[in-house]
Design a binder for this molecule. Structure first.
Ligand SMILES: Cc1cc2nc3c(=O)[nH]c(=O)nc-3n(C[C@H](O)[C@H](O)[C@H](O)COP(=O)(O)O)c2cc1C
Length: 185
């Protein structure tokens, strides 16, 4: 069984909805299972994220998809606290060669979400992970997926009613499916 973790932070639930859609996509691939790991705000004390169980679960996965809302043009402070807490694993190459991907959502169509994705990509690179982007060509997909046209990962925009756009949901599901299919190969 291929095990994939989706680790994310979410304040108002939109990043969480995307994380669930990615897990749905993973589960369409035979032999793949997804686990959802939320970066809990309660696990951050005096600026330090401490949750050994989340870290242990990540150690056991074949691939990890990282997700954060875009806050002030970057990952949320909560997600950054999680990132910093992985430094001991960086030192001993614990996640090297695992597959990685990333996703983010912002309130604007171009609210500097790319910087968040690139932060996640660099983070994965620091760990020696293998980054996977999105191969859907923007504007060419019959289902309208990848509507905001990012190839580095999933960029989404919150709807006016505060939810997730249906096309962003479909793109998230596709990312999970692609991620699982490649890992199975
Ligand atoms: C402190 C803060 C900073 C934000 N900064 C940005 C930003 O730089 N770019 C953007 O597009 N949206 C920004 N937003 C909007 C959030 O990214 C958006 O509401 C997102 O859907 C929140 O994700 P969540 O529901 O998972 O918490 C910001 C929101 C907050 C609260």
């Amino acid at each position: 069984m291929t095990k994939i973790a989706v680790v994310y932070h979410s304040s108002t639930g939109t990043t969480e909805q995307l994380a669930c859609a990615i897990a749905e996509g993973v589960h369409t691939t035979a032999g793949a299972e997804a686990i959802l790991l939320k970066v809990s705000e309660e696990a951050i004390r005096q600026g330090r994220y401490i949750d050994g169980e989340v870290m242990r679960q990540l150690d056991c996965c074949d691939g990890i998809v990282f997700g954060s809302p875009t806050f002030m043009g970057c990952v949320s402070a909560q997600f950054k606290a999680f990132m910093d807490a992985t430094s001991e694993r960086y030192g001993r190459r614990a996640w090297a060669d695992k597959q990685a991907a990333g996703f983010t959502i912002g309130g604007s169509p171009s609210g500097d979400q790319l910087n968040t994705l690139q932060t996640l990509q660099i983070f994965a690179g620091q760990h020696g992970m293998l980054w996977m982007g999105i191969d859907l060509p923007a504007g060419w997909d019959s289902a309208g997926r990848n509507r905001l046209g990012a190839q580095t990962g999933l960029i989404a925009q919150r709807t006016e009613s505060g939810g997730v756009h249906p096309q962003d949901h479909l793109t998230a599901s596709y990312l999970g499916q692609r991620f699982a299919r490649h890992l199975a190969r």
